[in-house]
Design a binder for this molecule. Structure first.
Ligand code: FES
Length: 104
């Protein structure tokens, strides 16, 4: 599976997120010194989670306030009921890289 460069490691402060214009969009989060990648679109609606509110290792959707665990994609509070897809992330030198699944 191909890896793509998401951003420079120093581009994303701890507690920040950014959206990658992939299909589907992927959100990159920086939490406690580690980087995580999840589907950016909330499983309840079409809200971008990169535009949500990071609280520790949780992301709260800006639309209806469902919360997800950034580390696992698990749903923590409704109204969302389905977890988020997660992606492998690694830092290579100064770059944050994300593994993108092959399309069938
Ligand atoms: S769109 Fe995210 S909780 Fe509704």
């Amino acid at each position: 599976m191909p890896w793509i460069r998401a951003c420079a490691a120093d581009e994303l402060d701890d507690g920040d997120a950014l959206q990658l214009p992939t299909t589907p969009p992927i959100a990159i989060f920086h939490v406690d010194g580690a980087f995580y990648a999840l589907n950016d679109t909330c499983t309840h609606g079409q809200s971008s989670l990169a535009d949500g509110y990071v609280e520790g290792s949780q992301i709260e959707c800006a639309w209806h306030f469902a919360k997800f665990d950034i580390r696992t994609g698990a749903v923590l509070t409704p109204p969302a009921t389905a977890p988020l897809c997660t992606y492998k992330v690694q830092v290579e030198g100064d770059d944050v890289m994300v593994e993108i699944p092959d399309r069938e």
